[in-house]
Design a protein around this ligand. Structure first.
Ligand code: ZN
Length: 202
């Protein structure tokens, strides 16, 4: 099982990190060991001083697929949720400055948080509101209609390079409002007002 993540998929988020708006999806991956289990607390690793939350809609692939046409892409997943792509921003900045790969900053243990999965058939995925609250205050508020690359476009593009397999996860990018977490913080994630995610930071 693999975790594919899309970077810079919302204009305002690309701008807040000083990045250009991409011409094609920016892709990176996390290993399956990055998956965070909801019953645990998230422990800030001791090698970073700046872990950021990035709330993202995540789809779970349910069919084997290669070179998937955009118009058929919605047949390749039936469940989705809100996730957090935890990012060690200080480490990522150092690596980016040197032109090096991001894995240490993005693919570490517990960095891929998943909420409760919902059925696609009950929602409209091209116009889906989601929110992240930190200690009760809204810090990120997004809608999938603001994505630069839609979920079908992402699935089509990714499957040109990587065969998609049952159980693979795709993190579809974060809207603006990313920021740090500190010990004692609590994050709560909502899709269309429904709470699907709760993480305590230690
Ligand atoms: Zn992200």
């Amino acid at each position: 099982m693999k975790i594919i993540c899309i970077g810079r998929n919302y204009v305002a988020h690309a701008e807040e990190l000083g990045n250009e708006t991409p011409q094609e999806p920016v892709i990176f991956m996390k290993p399956d060991s990055a998956i965070f289990r909801q019953r645990d607390a998230f422990y800030i690793p001791d090698w970073t001083n700046e872990v950021h939350y990035e709330a993202e809609i995540v789809v779970k692939i349910n069919r084997l697929g290669k070179n998937i046409e955009e118009r058929f892409a919605t047949k390749y997943f039936s469940q989705f949720t809100l996730g957090i792509d935890f990012t060690a921003r200080d480490i990522q900045k150092k690596l980016k400055d040197k032109g090096l790969p991001w894995e240490k900053a993005k693919a570490f243990d517990q960095s891929a948080v998943l909420g409760e999965f919902l059925d696609v058939k009950d929602y409209s995925l091209d116009n889906l509101k989601f929110e992240l609250k930190k200690n009760g205050q809204i810090v990120q508020s997004g809608n999938t209609k603001s994505m630069i690359f839609s979920i079908p476009q992402i699935i089509g593009h990714c499957s040109e390079f990587f065969t998609l397999k049952i159980g693979d996860l795709i993190y579809t990018g974060t809207p603006e409002g990313v920021g740090p977490v500190n010990e004692g913080d609590e994050l709560q994630g909502f899709i269309e007002g429904k709470k699907v995610l709760h993480v305590k930071i230690r």
